[in-house]
Write a protein of this length. Structure first.
Lengths: 72, 634
């Protein structure tokens, strides 16, 4: 399953960091962050609970980039 | 400017005002008797004012083990400079770094808004008539089949058919074509076009999500997440660049001074001066280690390119396709609907033992279930209502034609191959055009000549393609050799393949692909109706005139909103411009960075040069990237 989320982040390198962090999160098959459209597209593993996974994604992103936000 | 940016701007201005007199004092230009500790404390005021968020982020970064974070690097570099006694410089570096950050966030925000304004086809509301009064509702809530009212000056919110009124529509946001289109009762209208003159009542044929405007917006938004090779290269590069520069900086701070100390070279006054010099060089190195200039300008270029292209009616489904498009050297075309208009007309009927009208009647009836443009033209030529109940047992034989029963008579209608297949000898025609042979109960009953017109811009389009560097233009068609030859010569194609069955087209494309060298890409242009397999097999599939056709939008990588073949060359030119700018930015930004690194290592570039180069490169790269948006006059 794929879902798209609106995000907020200040610099392009930070968006890259968010992408890497999101990809490493358990339950996430693939993630793409577009700094230009401020969108994060997440592809979930089969059977993953979207809400919990996304909370973890947000936590992991905040760890690498303090100033970011994912609107769930 | 948003709140965050305004805040930063104010901090920068105040810090700069505080910094100038302190700098003059510390350099001895303004002679004020001030003890050194007081000066340092005063310097810390603008430093903390402008850089406190960087310091805070750096601290958090360390706690989260994100050592190679640009905040951390800026902190080390500036703190290093201050500790080494270069107070003015340390504060100035932080100040300029923030100027760069502010500019970047402003420029990106601005171009983000510009591009979304360009694509501003999202309707905000729909008018629904309730008890004789108009009510504005969210277009999402309107069901398919509802009646909506579109007033002059408003956007058509949802696709539909006009049931009352006539007007002129501006479709430029959808097609890039600025000439208004006249519409009246019965015309289809697409969401995103702007009603200019009259009030229209429209019966919606889709829901908002399924409407053209929503689909285009979704396509453009998704395009930015399909990243190109250059973007992936840059993000990989950024990941290794910062750590490498940091390790070199660390080595620079330790190894050369140790060697100098042990070997007694370099001619430094004291050991302290020796260490100070090299640690300063290492700090300068760290200032250059932030990859942001490059990282920002590449996606920005692609995004601006995608935005500019969609404004011209060329929808590219991803940055990666923009990249492939720029490498296209061979273009293969479908004929009907791509090079020719696709509205066929019956121009002659020959060798018919039965009456012409009778023959047309049988032909039209047999073809009445087919949506092929040729069938439509036969039905048009018949000009009477088709009584479908007279037709039964319709067999469509792909690439040959149709066999059907009409009034208990077996009607076979199609090309020469079909005649051979059913064992009827066809009489060849000396006219060029599409020849439709008819056999009634296995007896030859003559042929109908149908010709198609070239699109007015087809010839010019081929010349433009040649100018854009396309080496080979090939037409693939199911039509007869003679027709293909004539069209190819008239338009100026370099090659053509005729008499292809739909499956043969894929083979023909495979063959052309084999002939292409690695760096030469093949594009296939079709109208997207029955060439989906070919569209997806080619390196890049271009569907034209595809507005409203789901299958084409699905299968193609590039969608041309109107059916003007000139847009093919335009799309290629846009992609070339965009890729040229991307390459300029990569070479320019990396070149300057590497140059600065070398100069810093040799002690020629100081921190001033480093930060000015860093911020300057970023500003120039961002401005250059924004040029991708201007593609109107390509």
């Amino acid at each position: 399953m794929k879902k798209s989320y609106k995000i907020d982040v200040d610099c392009a390198a930070c968006a890259e960091k968010m992408e890497v962090a999101a990809k490493k999160t358990e339950g996430v098959k693939d993630a793409v962050v577009s700094y230009m459209t401020l969108k994060m597209k997440v592809e979930f593993e089969d059977g993953a609970d979207v809400d919990t996974v996304m909370k973890n994604v947000r936590d992991n992103c905040k760890k690498v980039e303090d100033d970011c936000e994912i609107y769930l | 400017m948003n709140k965050k940016q305004k805040n930063l701007l104010i901090r920068i201005i105040i810090a700069a005002i505080l910094w100038v007199p302190l700098f003059l004092i510390s350099e001895g230009i303004w002679k004020v008797n001030m003890p050194l500790p007081a000066l340092i404390i005063l310097f810390l005021v603008p430093y903390l004012l402008v850089g406190f968020d960087i310091l805070r982020k750096a601290g958090k970064g360390i706690l989260n083990r994100q050592v190679f974070d640009e905040n951390f690097l800026m902190t080390i570099a500036t703190v290093g400079a201050i500790v080494l006694g270069e107070y003015g410089e340390g504060v100035a570096v932080m100040l300029l770094y923030q100027v760069g950050e502010l500019f970047q966030s402003y420029a990106v925000g601005k171009s983000r808004r510009n591009i979304s304004d360009l694509m501003d086809i999202r309707p905000d509301y729909a008018n629904i008539e309730v008890d004789g009064e108009l009510e504005q509702v969210d277009p999402d809530e309107v069901e398919a089949g509802s009646i909506i009212v579109v007033k002059p000056g408003e956007k058509v919110p949802i696709d539909g058919v006009i049931i009352e009124g006539h007007s002129a529509l501006n479709t430029s946001a959808l097609t890039g074509e600025s000439k208004p289109v006249d519409v009246a009762e019965g015309s289809e209208v697409l969401s995103g076009s702007i009603n200019m003159t009259g009030v229209l009542k429209v019966r919606t044929t889709a829901e908002f999500d399924e409407s053209t405007a929503s689909k285009i917006l979704e396509l453009v938004e998704n395009a930015a997440s399909r990243k190109s090779k250059s973007e992936n290269f840059i993000s990989k590069f950024a990941r290794v660049y910062t750590p490498i520069v940091c390790y070199i900086a660390l080595a620079l701070a330790i190894v050369p001074p140790l060697i100098c100390m042990l070997a007694h070279i370099g001619g430094y006054e004291s050991v302290g001066m020796l260490w100070r010099d090299w640690i300063m060089r290492a700090c300068t190195f760290l200032v250059i280690s932030c990859p942001c200039a490059v990282v920002i300008s590449i996606p920005l270029s692609f995004f601006a390119g995608l935005g500019g292209a969609s404004r011209e009616g060329v929808l590219v489904k991803g940055s990666n396709y923009l990249e492939t498009l720029s490498e296209v050297r061979v273009v293969a075309f479908d004929k009907t609907g791509t090079i020719t208009k696709g509205n066929f007309e019956v121009t002659a009927i020959h060798h018919n033992p039965v009456d012409e009208k009778k023959l047309l009647e049988y032909a039209a009836l047999a073809e009445c279930h087919s949506s092929h443009p040729i069938s439509q033209s036969l039905i048009n030529a018949y000009a009477k209502d088709v009584d479908r109940s007279r037709v039964s047992d319709v067999q469509e034989i792909s690439g040959h034609g149709i066999i059907a029963k009409v009034d208990d008579m077996e009607v076979a209608i199609g090309n020469e191959k079909l005649m051979t297949k059913i064992g009827v000898e066809a009489i060849p025609c000396h006219h060029t055009g599409t020849i439709i042979h008819v056999a009634l109960d296995n007896v030859y009953a003559g042929h109908i000549v149908i010709s198609d017109e070239l699109k007015p811009t087809s010839k010019e389009a081929m010349q433009e393609l040649k100018k854009a560097g396309v080496e080979k233009t090939v037409m693939l068609t199911g039509d007869a050799r003679a027709v293909a030859e004539k069209v190819a010569a008239e338009v100026g194609l370099t090659d053509f393949r005729a008499e292809l069955l739909p499956a043969d087209k894929v083979d023909a494309v495979e063959e052309l692909l084999k002939e292409c060298a690695d760096k030469k890409k093949l594009a296939f242009v079709g109208d997207g109706i029955n060439d989906a397999p070919v569209l997806s097999r080619a390196d890049i599939g271009i569907a034209m005139g595809a507005l409203g056709s789901d299958a084409a939008i699905e299968a193609a990588d590039v969608v041309l909103m109107d059916d003007d073949p000139l847009k093919i060359a335009k799309a290629i030119k846009i992609s070339r411009k965009c890729l040229r700018i991307v390459k300029q930015n990569i070479t320019f930004a990396l070149g300057i960075k590497i140059l600065c690194l070398v100069l810093a290592a040799f002690g020629i570039a100081n921190m001033w040069i480093a930060i000015i180069a860093d911020v300057g490169v970023m500003i120039l790269a961002v401005l250059n990237a924004i040029r991708c948006l201007f593609v109107k006059n390509l």
